[in-house]
Design a protein around this ligand. Structure first.
Ligand code: FES
Length: 162
């Protein structure tokens, strides 16, 4: 089944649900891996919305990426508690060491870097999330170690530490 057919089927499934746009976007992300830019018109038509309205929702929620992501998503918390504990330095270090900006993917296709605004782990700031795992009290050194584990050919998952 191609991407477009799949999205068409999901639109059919969710369009009559009250507030169906959010579950639809989550379902597209789950099935396709991202919300393709060229599906916005299709989604807008299905939900009887304007393209701008659909774009607005996609860009408001940082979880919805509009291009394919790498094998792993690394999110750095930019909210207040983490910032007060040094997340900006982690962010600068991550961008420099990975050689990418937010929203970009490393050349080996392993890591996509994203900002996030509170992971609910404020007491153990600064926090980052790698895929589904939250890592607490991250330093530049521990970030490097996590990235080395993540990018090692033998490792498929870095594992979480709370
Ligand atoms: S502010 Fe970073 S986890 Fe809450």
């Amino acid at each position: 089944m191609d991407k477009r057919t799949n999205i068409d089927q999901l639109i059919e499934q969710f369009k009559s649900l009250p507030g169906g746009l959010m579950p639809l976007l989550h379902a597209v992300k789950h099935d396709v891996g991202y919300i393709p830019d060229d599906s916005v018109e299709q989604i807008a038509k299905g939900f009887n919305l304007s393209r701008a309205e659909v774009h607005g929702v996609i860009s408001f929620y940082h979880d919805f990426n509009t291009s394919p992501t790498g094998q792993h998503c690394v999110q750095i918390c930019r909210a207040e508690a983490c910032q007060s504990m040094g997340s900006r330095q982690i962010e600068a270090h991550a961008k420099k060491s990975l050689g990418i900006e937010y929203g970009e993917t490393t050349k080996d296709g392993k890591v996509t870097l994203q900002p996030v605004y509170c992971l609910g782990n404020c007491a153990c700031s600064p926090s980052i999330r790698i895929d589904d795992d939250i890592h607490a009290r991250v330093s530049a050194a521990s970030f490097d170690q996590l990235m080395a584990e993540l990018r090692s050919p033998a490792t498929t998952h870095a594992g979480g530490k709370k």
